[in-house]
Design a binder for this molecule. Structure first.
Ligand code: AMP
Ligand code: MG
Length: 423
């Protein structure tokens, strides 16, 4: 485990007082690197949503297990196509999905077949029913509308027996759960959930249910962080709110260091704060205090308390979400043993002018829509203050204005990060 000082020495031009978002991310790749969590558990597939697969899952069977029809229609020998023109085939039976049809089909004959039914040996092509007409016990269709091998699904075309169905590190989404089930796999080894302790700091912060008092605000950060952690499949250890009080902060930090893999706090790290949170982080851990060239979210503390990785996020509600999305999310996924999962980005035309100073990364809250020509376009969600949580609620994505970029004009292309696709 490298100390913060060792990490800093490895990075060119590292200055904690003036760090680009890219440098901050590079540092965190060392502080919270891709890990192979030591503990795994075997879970029923139905309980494994959002968990991370702990070993390569090898397919015990081929999917599909046999050649089958992709359409409702008539299966026949493709050799019959060489005749050309209209084909006339005698129908000798019907194959339903389920056990294979047991008869024989000769050239010049066909078999009525339903989607998913096993293709009898020798038959390789299916003509969909809608391209045929029946004439007594014969069907008639043009040889022009179908090619040899059409509308047949081959054994193993989805997955071959012995092939890796899900590599280690895969996050189990709905499709992956379905795939496991399709292979007849009832349980899956997954990593133990990452334990993430969280508390909000600030004497002015109220918990829900507390009586309002002058100058106080309700704790929203706990709920945004809770939601973001839940979507990532982390286990949250909710430690509530801690007032700006050195002794109470000490107890909280000592508590988390022994009970969690990661601790996240909000508040108490900006310049001009009564310095208790920072002082306690400094005393109990190996912690760097950053000023990141970004907006919102300039101050951030990172480091370790014991073996627990620490993220001290700013207090402002939007800054908490933006720093979480930009830095904490990728770090948690690495620590969870998950394979790379960047958030999707969309290129959109900007519908309004945006002022932007080169030399910092900006994250504007944006609302996407479709222009008349089908291009994505994006407008900001009004007031962009870092305390305006409504701007996040109304946004579909963050317009990411890169470090070196300057003002954006109407019609310019910008990149929009779809944070709500997050998990
Ligand atoms: P700080 O970083 O502690 O200076 O806080 C910056 C601003 O965010 C102040 O206006 C705080 O009242 C506000 N704030 C801090 N923590 C929270 C929280 N948990 N929920 C809502 N607002 C907060
Ligand atoms: Mg504070």
């Amino acid at each position: 485990m490298k100390s913060l000082q060792e990490i800093a020495l490895d990075l060119q031009g590292y200055d904690p007082q003036s760090l680009s978002a890219e440098q901050a991310e590079a540092f965190l790749q060392h502080l919270a690197p891709s890990a192979v969590p030591s503990k795994a558990v075997e879970l029923p597939v139905a309980q494994a949503l959002e968990r991370i697969v702990a070993t390569d899952i090898v397919s015990p069977v081929s999917v599909p297990p046999h050649d089958n029809s992709a359409m409702d229609g008539y299966a026949f020998h493709s050799a019959d196509l060489s005749v050309g023109g209209d084909l006339r085939l005698r129908c000798v039976g019907t194959a339903l999905a389920g056990p294979a049809w047991s008869g024989q089909v000769a050239q010049g004959e066909c078999l009525k077949i339903m989607t998913g039914a096993v293709m009898p040996v020798g038959l390789d092509t299916v003509i969909p029913a809608e391209f045929t007409r029946t004439d007594g016990n014969q069907i008639v269709f043009s040889s022009q509308v179908v090619k040899a091998g059409d509308n047949r699904r081959l054994c193993g075309e989805d997955l071959m027996q012995g092939q890796v169905a899900l590599p280690r590190g895969t996050r189990l989404g709905p499709a992956a759960l379905g795939l496991l089930a399709s292979l007849g796999i009832p349980t899956v080894p997954v990593y133990a959930r990452l334990r993430v302790a969280y508390f909000s700091t600030g004497t002015e912060i109220l918990s829900l249910g507390d009586a309002p008092r002058e100058g106080a605000v309700f704790d929203s950060n706990r709920y945004t962080v809770m939601g973001m952690l839940a979507r990532l499949g982390c286990e949250m250890v909710d430690l509530g709110v801690c007032p700006d009080d050195p002794e109470l902060l000490r107890v909280r930090f000592q508590q988390v260091a022994s009970s969690a893999d990661v601790v996240i706090t909000s508040g108490g790290i900006s310049v001009g704060e009564a310095d208790f949170t920072k002082a306690m982080m400094r005393e109990l851990g190996d912690v760097a205090f950053w000023r990141i060239a970004m907006r919102p979210g300039r101050p951030m503390a990172v480091g370790r308390i014991g073996s627990c990785v620490l993220f001290g996020l700013p207090g402002n509600p939007v800054a908490v979400m933006v720093t979480f999305i930009a830095f904490v999310r990728p770090a948690l996924l690495r620590l969870m043993g998950a394979n790379d999962q960047p958030l999707p980005m969309v290129r959109a035309r900007c519908m309004e002018k945006m002022r932007k100073k080169p030399g910092r990364t900006e994250y504007q809250r944006g609302r996407l829509s479709r222009a008349a020509n089908g291009d994505w376009q994006v407008a900001t969600t009004g007031q962009q203050g870092s305390g305006v949580l409504r701007s996040m609620v109304e946004a579909d994505g963050l317009v990411v204005l890169a470090h070196d970029s300057a003002d954006v004009q109407v019609g310019d292309w910008v990149e929009v990060m779809l944070f709500d696709a997050m998990g």
